[in-house]
Design a protein around this ligand. Structure first.
Ligand SMILES: NC(=O)c1ccc[n+]([C@@H]2O[C@H](COP(=O)([O-])OP(=O)(O)OC[C@H]3O[C@@H](n4cnc5c(N)ncnc54)[C@H](OP(=O)(O)O)[C@@H]3O)[C@@H](O)[C@H]2O)c1
Length: 438
């Protein structure tokens, strides 16, 4: 059998083993899979038990052996972390080899440098597995939706937090208990910070934003709030008002009419968000991920499925390898790169100041249970031009009551001015929670 493309793996952990298993069992898959050959694999520990059967002759502890091996045509980086992954990707590119990576952390921070190096060298860097695991979203944004003017991309793109929030919502389970169970089941890392603090979702929305709007944004400037401070009471109140609470990562074009400015203004954020029960994202539960794309003229389209795991993530990695194998098979080497497949930006984008972001807000305000408080609060919002969708009092007792307000879409600055005035009332004990709603 003719092997047309040699693959070198950097990493043979969860994803690397999944990739190896697909390549070694081509039966019933696309015929090109049988033309891919795994020729070299880098790991840290040669003695470790693996989730794939690999000839020990292929293994090395030196990733440079993989990159520099002349029989390696495509380097697949599935080791994770920032360094040495970034330097190894750049080395592969300099050697004229295309790269496939699942590493959102490195792409979110160094994507521009990597894309520039790839363009210079005339090779591809494909990243389908970096967002949404097995869900096709990167190539659809680059290619299938290319005729659209994208308005907004909203994602549930971290399976661990979605699992935790789904359990809290369905069973009223406590955060700490569910996190522990998620760790026992292998859904959460022993150090869950990147997931529960929203950092992983921020990496991914930075990548999706660049693809949807054609320009990279500074990853470190994305306002990011995880689920660690979420109060179960807000999940319960949201449910009573017809909402679920999801950790959403959103990127949205501001000034929808004006595309002619030198840099496109975007609102990008990660935070726990109230999602109306009838919205398709409200039905995304457990470890599943979904990405909801709004564009002109497509309208709304949702991509849904398993956002992590060996098989689903390897499915995306192998799809990228096949794209490269397909191109080298039709002999396009040394010609210009396919503009739909290469990773280039075509305009500048920047984040707008938070005061300009228009959103619906959920506010929980602790008050004394005395007559007229709701009226006082309502009139302050009115004076600041904040129109209210609903205002409800919960848990009235001698100890006080809680007023939950859901506003219509308003600028953050108007909400802040209202809250400053409201908290000056003697009957108001304080703001207990604030979230946004879609
Ligand atoms: N797991 C998922 O479901 C998933 C989903 C989407 C994206 N990703 C991304 O895919 C990448 C890999 O994730 P994973 O879960 O497969 O990680 P993993 O299970 O920890 O595997 C990492 C692999 O890389 C090897 N490695 C790490 N540093 C190395 C070094 N300096 N030199 C040589 N080998 C090295 C490790 O070797 P040893 O085995 O010898 O320690 C291991 O085989 C990450 O970027 C992750 O964010 C993962």
């Amino acid at each position: 059998m003719v092997k047309s493309i040699g693959v070198g793996l950097l990493g043979l952990g969860t994803v690397g083993a999944g990739v190896s298993n697909i390549i070694q069992t081509p039966e019933g898959r696309h015929p090109l899979v049988s033309e891919i050959e795994l020729v070299r694999v880098a790991v840290r520990d040669l003695q470790r038990k693996r989730g794939a059967t690999i000839s020990p002759k292929l293994l090395t502890v030196n990733p440079i052996d993989v990159i520099d091996d002349p029989s390696v045509d495509v380097v697949v980086e599935v080791m994770g972390g920032i360094e040495p992954a970034r330097s190894l990707i750049l080395r592969a590119i300099q050697k004229g080899k295309s790269v496939v990576t699942a590493n959102k952390a490195v792409i979110a921070r160094h994507g521009e440098e990597i894309a520039a190096a790839a363009a210079e060298a005339g090779v591809y860097v494909l990243i389908e597995a970096a967002v949404g695991g097995g869900i096709p979203i990167i190539e659809p944004l680059k290619q299938s939706l290319g005729g659209n003017r994208i308005q907004k991309v909203s994602g549930i793109i971290n399976g661990t937090t979605n699992y935790i929030l789904s359990r809290i919502e369905k069973e009223g389970a406590a955060y700490r208990e569910v996190l522990k169970e998620a760790q026992d089941l292998g859904y959460a890392e022993s150090d869950p910070a990147a997931d529960v603090e929203g950092l992983d979702a921020a990496d991914k929305i930075a990548i999706l934003s660049g693809l949807a709007f054609g320009g990279l944004i500074n990853r470190e400037s994305i306002p990011t709030q995880g689920i660690t401070n979420l109060n179960i009471r807000d999940v319960e109140y949201a449910k009573k008002l017809g909402y679920g609470v999801k950790l959403l990562a959103v990127t949205e074009r501001i000034d929808k009419s004006n595309d002619s400015q030198s840099s496109l203004p975007l609102a990008v954020w990660v935070q726990p968000t109230l999602v109306p029960k009838e919205h398709p994202l409200a039905e995304v539960n457990g470890v599943n991920n979904a990405i909801f794309v709004e564009g002109d003229p497509i309208g709304e389209v949702m991509f849904y499925g398993p956002g992590a795991g060996a098989g689903p993530t390897a499915s995306a990695v192998v799809a990228d390898i096949l794209n490269i194998a397909g191109i080298s098979k039709v002999g396009s080497k040394n010609k210009s790169l396919d503009p739909l497949l290469e990773a280039s930006s075509w305009r500048k984008c920047h984040l707008v100041e938070p005061q300009r972001i228009i959103q619906k807000h959920y506010l929980r305000i602790k008050v004394e249970d005395s007559p007229g408080v709701i009226g006082q609060i309502g009139s302050i919002f009115g004076q600041n031009g904040v129109s209210i969708q609903s205002i409800v009092q919960f848990d009235a007792s001698e100890a006080g009551a809680e007023i939950v307000v859901i506003t219509h879409a308003v600028a953050q600055g108007q909400v802040k001015a209202s809250l400053d005035a409201i908290q000056a009332f003697k009957t108001v004990k304080g703001l207990s929670a604030q979230m946004v709603c879609i």
